[in-house]
Ligand binder design. Structure first.
Ligand SMILES: Nc1ncnc2c1ncn2[C@@H]1O[C@H](COP(=O)(O)OP(=O)(O)OP(=O)(O)O)[C@@H](O)[C@H]1O
Length: 308
């Protein structure tokens, strides 16, 4: 069996009185993309810092490329890791090219690499300008270029799409897909859920330092047992008079959307197809936002139940 690139076993992290992570376990394999989600203060950045080795666990163990990342031996493997911190900031007086060349040289690369990356993230036109003149999105693009130096084996990206316009966001995800194809592993944290799900292999939802859910989206869907939304077109009210179909309507007068349990999906589609008038149908499984809401709400309900 392949050894995972990153492995956390029952990891806890306390900052004085704050328990930022509580018994978190996870493995990340080569070429895998993990989405890390959770509200403010859930422990996402703490997990990234533990993987980087800039802080040490209070309990449990962290291994990255077979070593404890906070150990002396792990120093040389840091060149194989790319990190985009949340709220990235740079030396304001330097130009974009100077900043990136500096970071490239720290990792053993040269100015040519820096120029190519500035082109890749779409700010080569501004590379000779001081960073203090950059817009928020341009700074974020520079941060991404810095994280991409040397096609890292492992990329840790904290809120990578903050400040990016739609085109830059889509370019960013294309780069992630490309890096994954080339064998890099990626952990990305984001509060912006739409658009992420096509690019991740697995998701982990953290809340108050605990893992609420982890797995592929299909595993999370199965476990959450959320209904599939089926939206038929052209039936003009036939659904509400069909006994097999009307049970899946929410009761809202104007809605023709059916909320169907996964196990009834095929039978419902077959029933819908028996109507010649149906001219289109949309089938939407629960998306990442709905899954996220589901797991967080479930936790709140459990906690409230525990109190009573
Ligand atoms: N250096 C520190 N000293 C004390 N407490 C800290 C420190 N760093 C983080 N914390 C606390 O640990 C908890 C987890 O913080 P963390 O930054 O990991 O959350 P996060 O999920 O990244 O949040 P956000 O989405 O807001 O960035 C929070 O309660 C935070 O206040």
């Amino acid at each position: 069996m392949n050894t995972p690139l990153v492995s956390l076993q029952n990891v806890g992290k306390n900052y004085q009185q704050v328990a930022a992570l509580k018994s978190v376990s996870m493995n990340l394999n080569q070429g895998e993309v993990l989405g890390l989600f959770g509200h403010n203060g859930a422990g996402k950045t703490t997990m990234m810092k533990l993987i980087l080795g800039v802080i040490s666990p209070s309990s449990g163990s962290v291994e990255v490329m077979g070593m404890a990342p906070d150990s002396k031996e792990a120093w040389h493997s840091r060149a194989k890791i790319g990190y985009l911190p949340e709220n990235v900031s740079f030396y304001e007086q330097l130009t974009g090219l100077e900043v990136l060349t500096y970071f490239a040289k720290l990792k053993g690369y040269n100015k040519k690499t820096a120029i190519a990356l500035l082109e890749q993230v779409g700010i080569s036109h501004a590379m000779k300008r001081q960073v203090k003149t950059y817009s928020k999105g341009m700074r974020q693009r520079l941060g991404l270029a810095q994280a991409f130096i040397g096609e890292p084996k492992l990329l840790l990206l904290d809120e990578p799409t903050v400040g990016l316009d739609p085109i830059a966001t889509s370019d960013f995800y294309s780069t992630v897909d490309q890096l994954k194809t080339n064998g890099s592993s990626v952990i990305l944290c984001s509060h912006v859920l739409p658009g992420v799900e096509q690019h991740i292999d697995r998701a982990m939802i953290l809340s108050s330092g605990k893992v609420l859910a982890a797995g592929t989206l299909s595993e999370l869907r199965q476990h959450a047992d959320l209904p599939v939304r089926i939206k038929p077109k052209g039936l003009n009210g036939a659904v509400s008079s069909d006994p097999k179909l009307k049970q899946f309507l929410t009761g809202k007068l104007d809605s023709q959307t059916l909320f169907v349990p996964e196990q009834d999906k095929l039978a419902t589609l077959k029933q819908l197809l028996s109507y010649d008038a149906m001219n289109d149908v949309h089938v939407e499984p629960a998306n990442l936002e709905q899954l996220y809401q589901h797991y967080l709400t479930k936790e709140v309900t459990t906690l409230e139940g525990d109190k009573s």
